[in-house]
Structure formats: C-alpha cells, structure tokens
Design a protein around this ligand. Sequence first.
Ligand code: THU
Length: 130
Amino acid sequence: MTEKELVVLAKEAMEYAYSPYSKFKVGAAVLAKDGRVFTGCNVENASYGATNCAERTAIFKAVSEGYREFEAIAVVASSGDYASPCGICRQVLAEFMPDGKVILDSEEKGMVTYLVRELLPCGFSSKDIK
Ligand code: THU
C-alpha cells in the first residue's frame, strides 16, 4: 500500500462524512502493520461535543476489530487544504501508532508527511502511569 493509495481510500471515506453543522468533510485511512486498511469519516452531532473526528473513527473501527498497531494514517478534507489532526486525535494516534506517519493531502498543495511524535512532542502516555 503506497501513501498515494492510502490517500485515495481516505478520499473515498470522506464522502461518507456526516457534517451538517460544519459542512466540513474529513476522511481518514489507517494502515495496520499487517497491511489491512480501516477507513473513517467525521461524524457530527447536534450536541457538538459528541462529534467524532475521521481519524478517531478509523482507529476505533480498527481497534474494535482487534487491530492495535498501525504504520500510517492518511487524512484529507473537503476544504482542499490540509486537515491536521486535532489535539484529541493526536493523543489517540500516539497511543496506537507512536512511531507512525501522518500523511496529509491537499488538492492545491500536494502531499506532506509528519511523524506522530513530531505532532505530539512530550505527550502523556502509558509510561507516565505508574
Ligand atoms: N475534524 C476531523 O474529522 N479531523 C480533523 O483532523 C480536524 C477536524 C472534523 C471535526 C468536525 O466534524 C469538523 O472537522 C470541523 O471541526
């Protein structure tokens, strides 16, 4: 699975976004260490705080099916610009893919890649629970 292929799957997932409030669609595709891919979209709610981001939808789908280790996640948004993962999603990425890559794609600017550890330096983790 190439980074570009993962981006294509994230774009397909974005079409399922439920975002009547923000009108901002996000799609994600996460690559498990054994090569399996799980996709997700943002799912909003009239009680805004109940909204789930696309990244967490994809990861929670995977974890709920027994997958816990991931190599990379691609994220795309309907704005045509990059959608960088929010703070809560960064925390979830750090839990399940601390050495993983985050691939962002923008129609206008192309693809960029970050490491999860670059996006959440000094994050809280299981090591801090003693
Ligand atoms: N959103 C995501 O799904 N992922 C991100 O990385 C940033 C934000 C969603 C949440 C909400 O449905 C909408 O984008 C606007 O914040």
